[in-house]
Design a protein. Sequence first.
Lengths: 483, 485
Amino acid sequence: MIDIKPIRFKSHRGVLSAAELAAIQSATLRVLEHVGVCFPSERALRVFAEHGAQVDLDGQIVRLSPDLVTEAMSLAPRSYVLAGRAEGTDLLLNGTSSYFGTDGTGTLTADFETGEQRHSCKDDVAKMARVADHLSSIAFYWPMVSAQDYGRLASLHEIDASFNNTVKHVQTVTVMGERMAHYAVRMAEVVAGDRDSLRARPPLSSLVCTIAPLAQDKHGIEGAMAFAEAGIPVGFMSMPTIGSTAPATAGGALTVGNAELVSAMVLMQLVAPGAPVFYSLCASVLDPRTGGYIVGIPEKYLCNTAGVQLAHDWGVPTLAGAFAMDCPEPNTWQLGRDSVYTALMVAQAGADLAEGLGMVKASTLLVPEQIMFDDEIYHTHRILAEGVDVDADSLAVDVIADVGPRGHFLAQKHTRRRVREIWIPELTHPRPPRAGEPLDDVRKRARAGLDRILAEHEPEPLEEAAQAELQAILDAAGRELGI
Amino acid sequence: MYSKTPDIIPFTSPFKVELLTQAQLETLQGGTLRLLDEVGVHFPSQGALEIFADHGAQVDWETETVRIPPELVQKAMSTAPRSFVLGGREERFDLLLDGSCSHLCTDGTGVHVVDLETQEMRASRKEDVARMARVCDALPLISFYWPMVSAQDYGRTAPLHQCHAGLTSTLKHVRGGMTVPPQLAPYVVEMAMTVAGSAEALRQRPPICANICTIAPLSQDGHGIETALVYAEAGIPTSFMAMPTMGSTAPATPPGALAVGDAEVVSGMVLLQLAYPGAPVFHSILVSLMEPRTGGYVSTVPVFWSMMTAQLAHAWNVPSLGGARVSGDAPDIGWQSGREGGFGSALIPLCGSEVTGLLGLLGSAMILYPEQMILDYEICQFAYDVLHGFEFDAADMALDVIKGVGPRSHFLAQKHTRKHIRDFRLSPLLRQKDSDGNLRDPREVALEEFKRLDEAHHPQPLPREALAELDRILAAAEREAERIS
């Protein structure tokens, strides 16, 4: 039985007041109307023109009136299902639960055997899908690294490795262009069973990055339109960097990112009214001393949390950025500190989805055991969110009265019954080793936990016919694309 | 020549969370009242038992147990002040505990120190207490110094030497009072009075407060209680700190542990109110868990203790000390200490305790690594930046700048960028490179910063006469300790 344990805060808390939220929304509408967004896609420009947007064909700039924006956005559903392929794996995005997924998509892997850094490959995607399938912190799987051993077909092979190694929902972040999207849709159809089931319970969703400031990627946006038409949920992620691709103020970065996301979601609604879309805003800051990219900084956390509020204000689910810190090494003080904040803040704000467990070095490097560290932080948040029940059994006044002053509770039945309900973080509070054996350090213990999963956990396989069909689609894609 | 002590920076936060509903709080307080009325608390002190008996509590002289009826609890607690001042050497270091902000404190009291020079672990000494006080004196987010380790080189008078090291090494408020043999408590009061200037000044702006640990379940320490009565008589604010451990000294449920701890703390506060109505008291509960597989001590259980204990304190209408704890169980500096510090610091602005944070120790408050204070401080600075939220105005959205730049360009060349990009605080510990361009370990950078502060920061000393008087008091205390041993 697959066990997915989402985070459920009893009440939500953001960082923007209603007035601040309204100010950003109104600024965004002004940017969309007067500055516009670049859509380097003939099809997208045509769709916008047909719906009365102001299109500058030469500059490939689309300007959207507030009426067009709000009308189109009113068609986007607030709530829908991301499906898995086994019981208990469907994720209903309706604002009551925060579902977390893995981080991606890196290009380097610290080899499972040697620990040496090398180019990532399809087998890494498969192995980590198996680990993700096991962990109750993971509700959906992003292929964590690129299947670079398959060149231009990498994105499809990442989906293949994922579908074959986890029953949980898969979200691709690397499928670009209409043709590639069509292959991915066919793969999802194989897993779903047929086209209608695909629409009702899509086992695949897609995330496409926008380009800050105020631009879309041609292949990204054309792939997104193909997904939306097939009923596959499409999310857009804006990653404004404060100081380089966005103004050097948090408000400015939120406005730029918000405009990019809304323009893309509007297009989806024009192409396929009612298409399930989601919203993702992940900011970072330019290091003014080096030009580098800083993730672990307060403004990022504030912006990501504000992003959750903006998404809900538009009436769509959100995928928030969490974990995924810039620290280059696992098991360091910096990573322990940084990982705590984003996850806590976005879950508290009510993020429907959040990505980010398992990678280091700003999501570029897969160190396999890192996911075990993040898993422990995740569960700490989850249990904190549950709060406590103050009922008579918990209050235990009668037990206390029986024990009385200066006694102890070790021999009480109540203790035996309730003490094991308390979750103890296993990594930081390990079982003692056998007499005479040394206690491994925390990183070795994390690695041992991961190796145990890899050795013991076999996810429910796809039916053989489905496996063969996925392979046939991959072969066809190779042939048809001349790869 | 001495160094100037920077002004302190309290935490104010728009993010305060009230986790328990009014009904839940009333249930918890109802549990406490029932325990006090029906089960009672052990007070092994003749003096305390007499005070309770005089005020109508039900005293069992044989078992030294006091049962306090709810009306007496309520009446006594109604005289406890909701807000009072903890004094610093200058008024700018005074802390008004009124719920409007949180003040960060150090953690205490460890027994092992990793030596700054040899990096070997050794028993803690008075010089460590003084050194940490001096370094914390330079850190503005720290408002309240709890002597971080024990002055083990002074045997029975160690607590007095910890108080002395604190008072002579920082201008900030010192948690200088703790449980001592009652005959030694007047010497602590004399030290505080010497620094304050007079008995009246001590009452107005006490430079020390005291902490008395209760014994779970439902018991007080005889010396602790008698010491508390001496401190309260002099006007020294006193916190009672309960440390129930779920599964061994408390029920294995969070509300059960809170009920045990609350009953202990409230019984102590009631005693002080009965003896000295209006005595400043505060409320403190630190809950831990008995690890069921080993019997070990787990202080970082994922429950929002900080919010619940602060709410309980405020429900009794007294200030709260404790709650969010940056220190953790990690035996060394690494991912675990970062994680525990991250969690603890994130809770500071949420809990609203008047005194909170407990920075700087590892190994469940047993081990002091000097650089850990700098790392914890950085975490708190980070929490301060994150959880103060946005200071947001319409101009921040920079619409004209966005319009000027337009799609597919960049903001690097904008005046607006040059003006604002340095508004963001970058951690001085992270992303530092060595001369070869390699990333430096934050721990190494922190140790360097600690050594720099240790060398450079020497706060204004007490007047010479006060220092001499403190020495005389300590010498007299030594003689008294010798006599009573």
